[in-house]
Design a protein around this ligand. Structure first.
Ligand code: 4AD
Ligand code: MG
Length: 476
């Protein structure tokens, strides 16, 4: 039976027969193969009996080649590993021409690796990131399933703009320049595939609400799409979002849920991805050394993760945050790109990061934002000018979660929809929830890649998703 490297190293049973498939990372002295099979960041050393191996086979053991070996696990004579495989049989399954293979056993830049995204997962850093990503997504399902939530799959093609921001990708079967037009000269979507204008979803929230108002506690975990032209290290045009939605829960419950959820998922990877996180911790420490002292992080990756799991998030109202920012050094010295002068301005990521990294030095939940900078569905407070919104802000990331208590009052919601210039007819089914058995309910959206960024200590969101989609880039 085939085994894998992770299991073998875990058991460490000497003299066991092993049967392994994998890829050659390095081959030195015509004897020692560092073999990796993706089950762990660790390679296993395979020692070739070169006297009994043909010249031709030895030549074909090159970096990147796929091989299968038989052998016996032995105590290692050399330094660097406690066990190794004494190989009795080796077969080359797939050659890898060393003159052409782009992934050489040396340090490659992340830019270069992005251009080779189909091969970059064969490097230590990317394989570690992708295993952590996988574990995080299991942690997400585990948390919700163990806490009584139902997983709901909301549609990817939608006719509504959940965030009302108009940053959507159109879905159509009209051929180029052949879209039919109506009497007003506008494109006639009634003749399109779905008989209406449709787009890729920006959020599953509106549909998730319909399920929460029947199943009580639900969550989505699926792809979302935003056609915003943001070329930053934190934005993707296609990203994965997790959106819990809970009936009979108010904003305080929502804040508790978001904090408990994030801590639980991070604790899960701390427990289950020790080798990968240790590797990523060291990688980050190395990277930090190349930065000027003032810009270096005070904590290592593992320290940061433990810090978040072990400490309470600070909860602060938008109004308090504005006061702090207005009186902050970078504001007074005009160091912010966008200066904070008055109540009501939207916060930029520089402000969010100041609050988290410099002022509070811990994750922060900001709540009760001005109504006019937030989406139409958020519950209006008694003051008539703020809504029950909440954003969770993280060090190095800025906003990681956006959520709210939803407006459950029919009349108030209709007013807001009208005031924001949204066609209320489009949202008839959403308004129905407020007509039939309405109740307080809340939820939030967590950008999965932003969580992966935080958990792995990577600095560019393009490096934590297998094949990033960003403006001007949809290769692979
Ligand atoms: O704050 P947002 O826009 O909230 C919503 O979409 C709500 N409907 C969620 C809800 O209440 N159910 O997005 C939620 C999160 C952000 O906090 C951020 O982490 C992530 O989604 N996000 C992005 N991640 C990567 N690339 C982008 N372009 C993102 N836009 C938002
Ligand atoms: Mg937001």
């Amino acid at each position: 039976m085939k085994c894998n490297v992770a299991k073998i190293l875990e058991s460490g049973t000497i003299l066991q027969e092993v049967n392994l498939n994998g890829w050659v990372r390095t081959f030195r002295s015509n004897r020692f193969i560092a073999l990796n099979d993706g089950s762990t960041i660790k390679n296993i050393q395979c020692v070739i009996d070169f006297e009994n191996t043909s010249e031709e086979t030895l030549k074909r053991i090159t970096t990147g080649a796929a091989i299968t070996i038989k052998g016996v696990l032995s105590e290692s004579q050399g330094k660097g590993q406690s066990v190794e495989v004494q190989v009795s049989e080796i077969k080359i399954l797939g050659d890898s021409n060393p003159d052409e293979y782009p992934i050489q056993p040396k340090k490659h830049s992340f830019e270069f690796l992005r251009e080779n995204a189909h091969l970059r997962v064969r490097t230590n850093t990317f394989s570690a990131v992708m295993r952590v990503r996988s574990a995080l997504s299991f942690g997400v399902h585990k948390y919700f399933q163990e806490n009584g939530f139902n997983y709901v799959n909301t549609p990817i093609v939608t006719g509504s703009d959940a965030e009302g921001a108009g940053e959507m990708f159109r879905v159509t079967t009209f051929e180029d320049n052949k879209a039919p037009v109506n009497e007003e000269g506008e494109i006639d979507y009634t003749k399109d595939f779905f008989g209406k204008e449709t787009n890729l979803t920006v959020s599953g929230q509106l549909e998730a609400e319909t399920f929460a108002m029947a199943l009580g506690k639900v969550y989505t975990f699926g792809p979302t799409f935003r056609a915003e032209n943001s070329n930053t290290t934190r934005h993707l045009a296609e990203f994965w979002m997790i959106e819990p939605e809970v009936a009979f829960m108010d904003l305080d419950g929502n804040m508790d849920l978001s904090e408990d959820f994030i801590k639980s998922v991070l604790a899960y990877v701390l427990e289950n991805c020790k080798d990968d996180l240790e590797f990523l911790d060291q990688r980050l420490t190395q990277e930090e050394k190349s930065k000027p002292q003032a810009e270096r992080s005070e904590m290592s990756l593992l320290e940061k993760l433990h810090f978040v799991v072990d400490n309470n998030f600070k909860r602060v109202s938008y109004t308090e945050a504005i006061d702090i920012l207005r009186n902050s050094k970078p504001n007074k010295k005009k160091k912010f790109k966008y200066l904070i002068n008055e109540w009501g301005t939207d916060l930029q990521s520089e402000h969010e990061r100041y609050l988290v990294e410099k002022h509070f030095k811990c994750p922060v939940i900001l709540f009760d934002y001005p109504a006019n900078i937030k989406a139409f569905y958020m519950r209006l407070n008694e003051d008539g000018k703020t809504v029950r919104a909440m954003d969770v802000l993280f060090p190095g990331i800025g906003e990681i979660v956006g959520g709210s208590q939803r407006e459950e009052r029919y009349d108030v919601l209709v007013e807001k929809i009208k005031a924001m210039g949204i066609d209320e007819k489009e949202l008839w089914w959403y308004l129905d929830l407020r007509k039939f058995g309405t109740a307080v309910h809340s939820g939030f959206g967590l950008g999965f890649e932003r969580l992966v960024l935080f958990a792995t200590g990577m600095s560019n969101i393009r490096d934590v998703i297998p094949f990033p989609r960003t403006p001007q880039n949809a290769e692979f």
